[in-house]
Design a protein around this ligand. Sequence first.
Ligand code: DGY
Length: 324
Amino acid sequence: MKAFVSRAIPPAGLKVLEESTDLDITYNTLDEGFSKSELIARTRDADGLLCLLTDTIDAEVLDQCPNLKVISNMAVGYNNIDVVEATKRGIVVTNTPGVLTEATADFTWALLLAAARRVGEGERLVRSHNWHGWGPLQLLGGAVNGKTLGLIGMGRIGQAVARRAAGFNMDIIYYNRSALEPALENELKLRRVELDELLVTSDYVSLHAPYTNQTHHIINAESLGRMKPTAYLINTSRGPLVDEAALVAALQAGQIAGAGLDVFEKEPELYPGLTELDNVVLAPHLGSATHETRGEMSRLAATNLVAVLRGQRPANPVNPEVLS
Ligand code: DGY
């Protein structure tokens, strides 16, 4: 069985692969993905592919890699893979859920606090050597303690963000396709509401839903128009949940107070005007970027890949129907 690893991954995953001496594995050892044609050329004869969210695995790729039996994505999100097409071809797709929940929730809070308390602007001021000392009117931001947090999406990461919000004495509301178990809602002190109520009442709106046809541009001109002018939008999920053109217009007009973005519609491209805005904190998709978490993601992705190639059931199939 042959496999290809599309980009340099942390050592924990490499160890699993290197110990799998029954498999013939080739690697892109660079910390940079290949072009689509290069990826196809490297994967053409492979039975397995370990890829990253920066690789687009669509029907064109699948058509030219006819031996593929497994695509192991080193990410919890898998919108970079056409799972419907993979399933049609009997290819197992796996992801890495669970291991990045806490790191992503931590980073959501880093962005929320940085946006509310204007950390980026403050840092730029200090570095510019134009700071002349403390001022009573200087860089005033939004309070967090006691405010209302609206979470769109209530999976593992949404719940972990909610747990942290308890420490800030926040009212927490959420919008999700399905309701949590009442016991969990009580434990986390959450209330499920309709999207409109969430937008209208939240001081902080944070996105934790996967990217699907249903969540495409869930934040658009209309939804931004429903938010309070003092509210902040935080996105650590996937860029295309937000209509970036509408967000930039809203931030320019002061229609909302600010935003914290870790993900973008067309990464790594940035929508024109975004970087000129002071009321947005921008991060380069760092949600899961801790040594520990990336190590675990890498180990899990490698383990999923190896399992399928050995005819075993992987721990994290996203299309389990292929296995039955
Ligand atoms: C994921 O795993 O989907 C994250 O976006 C990576 O940080």
